[in-house]
Design a protein around this ligand. Structure first.
Ligand SMILES: Nc1nc2c(ncn2[C@@H]2O[C@H](COP(=O)(O)OP(=O)(O)O)[C@@H](O)[C@H]2O)c(=O)[nH]1
Ligand SMILES: [Mg+2]
Length: 454
């Protein structure tokens, strides 16, 4: 994957790990190598500078959890910031079985649409969906045959009409053809005759009007590097049901530039292609992507140690707060941060016992929140002032609106968070009371954390 970039990043990290101490001077050396690696992958200069500056700022500002070396912590920061560079968020494309989803692929000729369509068909077929395709590229001779050659061996039916020159007509007839066939996923291929964004988008809109796709995927050739920005940006602005697949990351030294440029537009990247066969399609999750790039084996131990140290430190502080019987939003935030961190790690390592769970919030509402709500709540909490976190009662009226704006959410969500916090607090009070009635002294059972805390 990403020929070159992964290797040079790994070399840099290996050097970093060999350093006896990481002081400012040593860090600058590392940053210089990072810069070189990213620039040669065609990552835009401004993005590289911003990323390096973030690492620089964080490396000597953040509190390092006890028992963790600055060296390991710097590796974790580099890992974090590379993930940010690639958009951080994971946008899986989930379908509903026995319900038709129509996906249309667009992109300039040669970007990899037809190949990617076949890969998508394979990907969803393997997951038990019934897939079919419409050969909507009536421009390129042999486009229909190319699709059939890719899909017939795996038993995916293709509709096409080599005698029809109007793609909108083929699409219309194809939709009719598959109407009663109980298809879960219908993939629509297009021509991409136009090289510039404007023409491409116009062509796309004409077919979309007929096809009414649930999602339009722009296929971008990863070998064009940071030039991918213009295409992705034009597409992202005009296509609310749009997402992106970046292809050819296997052979290109510029793949990093393409992926970071697309991420910088805010567009969703769903998958990436890393080979010519029908199996070479990978889900794009920045967290896993960077972990692979940096070498999972090397990274795993470090991330795990840091997560555990952070979580232990935070849990101790939380225990204290519980014993005192007074929790604030600050504690709420701390717990959510460790849940979020654990979620990230789970995505990398698939399963990690003991991180983030079993803390004092076990069994309480925050412990049951899904990843998405954790992210939203964290954004809200991060938009609050220290005073508000310590004393949630003051959060009313205009403060709610300011926090909603600052976190890019809605006042109702801020209120929902406050409500959830109040519920948690009320539940804790009830538990304390029950404990007292049963004659259990104080909160004695908690600190050891061997059994369930409550
Ligand atoms: N190495 C590599 N080649 C790819 C990838 N995706 C597509 N290709 C190749 O790119 C060329 C153009 O692909 P095609 O699907 O016909 O592009 P279209 O014109 O957009 O439909 C073909 O030779 C494909 O084999 C990829 O992920 N890796
Ligand atoms: Mg094609």
């Amino acid at each position: 994957m990403l020929k070159g970039l992964g290797e040079s990043l790994q070399v840099t990290l290996r050097k970093l790990r060999g350093l006896p101490v990481v002081d400012r001077e040593a860090l600058e050396e590392v940053l210089k190598e990072l810069e070189r690696a990213l620039l040669s992958a065609d990552v835009k200069v401004e993005l590289v500078q911003q990323m390096l500056e973030n690492v620089r700022q964080r490396a000597f500002k953040e509190d390092i959890p006890p028992g963790v070396s600055r060296r390991d912590y710097v590796i974790k920061i580099i890992y974090d910031e590379l993930t940010n560079l690639l958009g951080r968020r994971y946008h899986p494309l989930t379908l509903v079985k026995r319900q038709l989803t129509k996906i249309m692929l667009v992109g300039i000729q040669g970007s990899g649409k037809t190949t990617t369509l076949a890969k998508l068909a394979r990907y969803y077929q393997k997951r038990g969906y019934k897939v079919a395709a419409i050969a909507g590229d009536t421009f390129r001779p042999g486009a229909y045959d190319q699709l059939r050659q890719l899909l017939e061996p795996i038993g995916v039916e293709v509709y096409g009409d080599p005698n029809e020159k109007k793609s909108t007509k083929v699409v219309k007839k194809g939709l009719k053809y598959f109407e009663k066939k109980k298809i879960d996923l219908l993939l629509i291929d297009t021509a991409g005759r136009h090289k510039e964004e404007k023409g491409l988008l116009k062509e796309m809109q004409q077919i979309a009007k007929i096809a009414q796709p649930d999602e339009i995927i722009l296929v971008i050739d990863g070998t064009i590097g940071q030039q991918a920005y213009a295409q992705a940006d034009a597409f992202n602005r005009t296509t609310p049901v749009g997402s992106i697949i970046v292809t050819k990351l296997d052979g290109s030294s510029k793949g990093g530039g393409a992926v970071s440029a697309v991420a910088a537009t805010g567009a969703k990247i769903r998958f990436y292609g890393d080979g010519e066969t029908i199996e070479d399609l990978e889900e794009f999750d920045p967290v896993r992507f960077v972990a692979n790039l940096l070498g999972l084996g090397d990274l795993q131990g470090i991330l795990q140690r840091i997560a555990e140290a952070t979580s232990t430190e935070q849990q101790e502080e939380l225990m204290e707060a519980f014993k005192r019987g007074r929790i604030t939003l600050q504690h709420f935030k701390m717990q959510l941060e460790s849940v979020a961190e654990a979620g990230t790690l789970r995505r990398i390592l698939s399963k990690l016992p003991g991180v983030g769970k079993g803390g004092p919030f076990s069994g309480l509402p925050v412990d049951e929140m899904d990843d998405e709500s954790v992210k939203v709540f964290l954004a809200i909490l991060r938009a609050m002032t220290r005073e508000e976190l310590e004393n949630p009662k003051i959060i009313k009226g205009t403060r709610i609106h300011r926090i909603a704006r600052g976190s890019g959410t809605h006042p109702d969500l801020v209120r929902a968070l406050l409500k959830q916090f109040n519920q948690t607090q009320a539940m804790l009070k009830r538990m304390r009371k029950m404990r007292k009635q049963r004659g259990v002294p104080g909160m004695g059972g908690i600190p050891g954390m061997q059994g369930p805390p409550f």
